[in-house]
Design a protein around this ligand. Structure first.
Ligand code: SAM
Length: 233
């Protein structure tokens, strides 16, 4: 039986990897990585010496077909992304979709198994420490840069559920300013929580009104770096 394992890896702290993930990576014939150099650090740390190949947002159809052929040949292939759970706002989901469509019969007859090796994700890590209602929530991934952005901020302001999205350091101030303007007035009861650099040395959670949170980052420009999860609740 061939196996395609979708393996969650750390979002910062290299110790955040499950025993099962380590075993699956060690036993794989090939590890597909968003960035092979980045994954090499993790593999070296855990003394794993398995062939790697890149699979990223710009990978061609022929790379997907190559992977499908390996699975047809009975190989064990593992997929990891740069951080966290493959498919959550990274290219992994495209590949899984392709394999499920191309090898539907093999999956149905049990010749191929697609398995999840769960573990960290910035989404769940942030929600777990933000202290916000998260029995249900909406995850927006990365917000669009242009088209639909204004409408989306209005939806965030009007939402009854907790809203979560990913943001880059280059855009975080712009995003905080947009939240500040859209959360004035009626929606001012909303909290904004920024979870930055989760599991890393400078992990930080800043929570308060949009005004307070954007004011904090304006006063501390040295903290406008790293990786961010934004929560509006
Ligand atoms: N697949 C990943 C996951 O499961 O979390 C997310 C990949 S997405 C390309 C990368 C984004 O996730 C970053 O821009 C940031 O918004 C968020 N992120 C990843 N690691 C993070 C961390 N350690 N702290 C805060 N946010 C993080």
């Amino acid at each position: 039986m061939s196996i395609f394992s979708v393996v969650a890896t750390p979002i910062g702290n290299l110790e955040d990897i499950t025993l099962r993930a380590l075993r699956v990576l060690r036993e794989a014939d090939l590890i597909l990585c968003e960035d092979t150099r980045m994954t090499k650090r993790l593999l070296d740390r855990h003394d794993i010496h398995v062939a790697t190949k890149s699979y990223h947002a710009h990978s061609t159809l022929s790379r997907s077909e190559e992977i499908v052929q390996l699975l047809r040949d009975g190989k064990k292939v593992a997929l990891v992304s740069d951080a966290g759970t493959p498919g959550i706002s990274d290219p992994g989901s495209e590949l899984v979709r392709f394999i499920r469509a191309d090898l539907a019969e093999e999956i149905a007859t049990g010749v191929l198994k697609i398995e999840s090796i769960p573990g960290p994700s910035a989404l769940t890590a942030a929600l777990s420490i933000a202290g916000v209602p998260c029995a249900d929530f909406t995850f927006l991934g990365f917000l669009p840069h242009k088209k639909g952005r204004v409408t989306l901020f209005k939806e965030i302001a009007a939402a009854e559920r907790t809203m979560v999205f990913y943001e880059s350091p280059h855009r975080i101030m712009k995003t905080l300013e947009s939240l500040n303007s859209v959360l004035q007035g009626e929606s001012s009861a909303k909290h904004v929580t920024i979870c930055r650099e989760l599991t890393k040395m400078f992990e930080e959670v800043v929570k308060g009104s949009a005004e307070l949170v954007s004011g904090y980052f304006k006063k501390n420009p040295d903290k406008i770096k790293g990786e961010f999860v934004v929560i509006v609740s």
